[in-house]
Design a protein around this ligand. Sequence first.
Ligand code: NAD
Length: 498
Amino acid sequence: MTLSFQLVKEQKLKLQFPSDLFINGNYQKSISEKFFDNISPIDGKKINQISFAQQADIDKAVSSAKEVFQKGYWSNLPPGQRKKILLKFAELLERDRLELSLLDTIDMGKTINDTYNADLPTSIDNIEWYAEIIDKLFDDISPSSKDYMGLVTKEPIGVVAAIVPWNYPLWMAIWKIAPALITGNSVILKPAEQSPMSAIKIGSLLSEAGVPDGVFSVLPGDGPITGKSLCLHKDVDCVAFTGSGEVGKLVLQYSGQSNMKRVQLECGGKSPNIIFADCHDLDAAAEASAYAIFGNQGEVCSAGSRLIVQKEIEDDFIDKVAEKSKNMQPANPFDPNSFAGAIVNKEQLDKINNYVNIGREEGADIKVGGNIAMQETGGCYFEPTIFKNVKNNMKIAQEEIFGPVLTALSFSSFEEAISMANDTEYGLAAGVWTKDINKAIKASREIRAGTVYINNYEEGVDSTIPLGGYKQSGIGRDNGYQALDNYLQTKSTWIKVS
Ligand code: NAD
């Protein structure tokens, strides 16, 4: 279905806003009757009040997740049956695609074009991909002596807490819950407090698809209470986390303080995007470079936030990126033609604005943007911003801004480009643009990052290829076969053959 502004407006009027916890197959209020306000960054207005999960709710969800896991209603189902149920879930997401897209747009401020045409289709694809592979995977038999047979089999780990951020509310949740559920685990989803509604909604969709009660719960709440209690819970066997490195480090500590639960982390980035002067299509590179930082308002973990350009093309190339940014301004998120929407909340908007002021004080020059936008709406918007003459040791080149702010640096030699690219505590992604295949392969090998894009930036990304970080960008991977291992134990069985 092609979206029209009129259709979006009509659907918005019919929307119901989910607000409760989802535990053991039922929506319910927090036992302590605590709530938090849910504010839309589109206009700064309150959407609804969300039930706030506290310790008693967490204990209840974890105990039903553990009980159903032990009874095997889901964990012992043949993979082919779990597959059918998750394929049904994918169909239900397609059925409710516009509703879910609107919930994420209203909660988080991103455009309906992004939620409807990117987040929802990719989430559905991710579920289908994991559903389709699970009954085609085999375990192993060891090449041991004739007197023994060694089996290496995989088993679900148990109760998984999935703690996710707000930048792609549904999509980031699906990256955890699709592989965790398909491998037979019970899953407790804690959405970000800024964007809980689509997560709450999928509780009922998973039940409708046939997932047994207790296997999937949703616990909205904040980090310090709800997130922390889940991470410290002794009956949670694994925390799959996406968010900031700062909180990722806390999650590792909570694991050590409780039961040594497995921790998978997808954290932040400050990804380099290197443009060599011999790039075959500088216009395409400029378009992609602008998209890599201004798409999703720059609120992207793998955003190409450090543009590293060879000196001889520096001025021309930055002019091109600045030109492209003119079509990437924020506008009404409900209009399907808008490129960018609102920044998630006032706190994040202030953070972005503060970094722009720091960049000015550090001596970098603003090429375009640099201002808060659309203040008349009451919402949170920021102009696409490009800093020139940046040094790699400046704060704006080292710290994750998580907004539409590009820092442009320049280099003279291949070695200097790679050294600059690697001079960061992060290692999530990188881009390399050159027509010299040898240079591209050498750069890809030398850059310390989980993903390297050659002559594109994030264009072909799908569920098949793992995504994750080197260094302080994380531990483990989402997507691909590799993500299944986050949620599986390896069992070795020795059988004596007599
Ligand atoms: P955040 O770390 O503030 O929050 C992420 C989640 O952790 C939220 O659900 C939050 O409530 C929870 N949380 C906060 N404090 C906690 C605590 N003490 N204990 C347990 N849970 C806690 O991050 P954010 O602002 O929501 O998201 C932005 C960050 O996410 C950026 O750094 C971005 O790069 C990163 N991110 C990474 C990826 C990736 O795939 N690598 C994808 C998306 C976002």
